[in-house]
Design a binder for this molecule. Structure first.
Ligand code: NAD
Length: 416
């Protein structure tokens, strides 16, 4: 039987396993298996050549028992409703595992930003908010950046929503530029949270990270800052990075500012001088200490999991490992820091951004780092202790912690 790669079916299977161990009743289990609400929209957008193109968009509010829905927006040509549902489910368990008072949501537009002008991107962003705006707001649902969306897009969306309300509403969206109510420390928060988890994992494994080799798949927000902070905070030696065009390898280490300059100039890190070009598949199987998937879903599968040589997998991407691959990695003694724990730093600082917007009072960078470290370390420990106590792998342990908290809130509200 071939491996199931539909992200939402994977998310449901993962939940099923947790539900059984948590002994959730059939009503609760059925409720947590599906999104509470989803909106599908059509966006007619005038393109620069005068033609009108109709884009499809989605917003899924998976569960808001613990607080307003929260989750990023993707602009991607391969976006599907099932990807958005899966990501919204993972956001629900993520906000619970780091114990912030928010629920889970996600959104996306099927489009290819690489083929669009800035003006077209702005019109798509504003059109999306005009359609989805009625179900958004700081007390309802708060989007944020994700794959191929960025602070500028958040700024246009916040502006459009504010215009619809007739007053400024910075708290409707997070990941905004600093000048428009963004939080200090949001840009690198996802990678920083992952590096705090890696630091804790290394303590448990008795591993010295200074000089440890690392490979990073994906060189966007999560991947780039993973290199910067992996070097700065932990002393990692990043030998391989990649993007959608391929991977580059240099055994004695890659200079991050050099890679960034090459990517900014040419749109890809591939082609950097003195670096060997390999494939994204080969990157995953390199003999490195730390492997950091920071691109898209389903890259570590039953087919290649046995060939992963890293001691620790730091999942900054959402859904990079399939359930079959999880079992193989666990059997092989690979320590996986699972996605919705590992990449929760982004949503934690997004939560801090919302709090600062509500107070209209802004924190220093050190305060953000300190509060993020406390949240991530506490979440890491809760997951690790559950994995030890229940003798399960880390992803299932993260599910046990997150799902139990959401189910608790659902019960207290009297919904099930
Ligand atoms: P991004 O758009 O900034 O970067 C994505 C990167 O992935 C780009 O470098 C792109 O070239 C690369 N890429 C695309 N397809 C690829 C492929 N097939 N193989 C290798 N590389 C490929 O996106 P991001 O915000 O860094 O998000 C990356 C991952 O991290 C996603 O899974 C996202 O859901 C997750 N994540 C991001 C945040 C955040 O705050 N940005 C938070 C939590 C999780």
């Amino acid at each position: 039987m071939s491996e199931e790669l539909n992200p939402f079916e994977i998310a449901q299977r993962q939940l099923d396993e947790a539900a059984e161990l948590l002994k959730l009743g059939p009503g609760m289990h059925a409720f947590l298996r599906e999104p509470m609400r989803e909106l599908h929209v059509s966006l007619p957008v005038r393109m620069d050549d005068g033609s009108v193109k109709v884009f499809k968009g989605f917003r899924v509010q998976y569960n808001d028992a613990r607080g307003p829905a929260k989750g990023g927006l993707r602009f991607h040509p391969d976006e599907t409703i099932d990807t958005v549902r899966a990501l919204a489910a993972w956001m629900t368990w993520k906000t619970a595992v780091v114990d912030i008072p928010l629920g889970g949501g996600k959104g996306g537009v099927i489009c290819n930003p690489k083929e669009m002008s800035q003006a077209e991107l702005e019109r798509v962003s504003r059109a999306y908010i005009r359609q989805v705006g009625p179900i958004l707001g700081p007390k309802r649902d708060v989007p944020a950046p994700d794959v191929y969306t960025n602070p500028q897009i958040m700024a246009w969306m916040m502006d459009e929503f504010s215009a619809m309300q007739g007053h400024g509403e910075p708290g409707v969206i997070t990941g905004k530029p600093l000048a428009l109510g963004g939080s200090a420390g949001r840009m690198d928060a996802t990678a920083r949270g992952g590096m705090y988890c890696l630091r804790e994992a290394a303590k448990i494994l008795g591993m010295d990270l200074k000089g440890a080799t690392a490979a990073i798949q994906g060189y966007g927000n999560a991947g780039y800052y993973a290199q910067v902070l992996g070097e700065e905070l932990l002393g990692l030696n990043v030998v391989c990075v990649s993007d959608s065009k391929g991977a580059i390898l240099r055994e004695d280490g890659l200079e991050c500012e050099q890679v960034k300059a090459q990517k900014d100039e040419t749109g890809t890190c591939v082609g950097l001088s003195d670096a060997e070009i390999i494939s994204n598949e080969e990157l995953l199987e390199l003999d490195v200490d730390v492997l950091i998937p920071a691109a898209l879903e389903n890259v570590i599968t039953a087919e290649n999991a046995d060939r992963v040589k890293a001691k620790i997998v730091v999942e900054l991407a959402n859904g990079p490992t399939t359930p079959e691959a999880d079992e193989i990695l666990h059997k092989n003694g690979v320590y996986v820091i699972p996605d919705f724990l590992c990449n929760a730093g982004g949503v934690v600082v997004s939560y801090f951004e919302g709090v600062q917007n509500a107070y209209n009072y802004y924190w220093e960078l050190e305060e953000v780092h300190d509060k993020l470290d406390k949240k991530m370390t506490a979440a890491f420990k809760a997951v690790h202790q559950t994995a030890e106590a229940k003798k399960v792998h880390n992803r299932l342990a993260a599910y046990l912690v997150g799902v139990a908290r959401v189910a608790g809130a659902v019960t207290l509200r009297g919904w099930v």
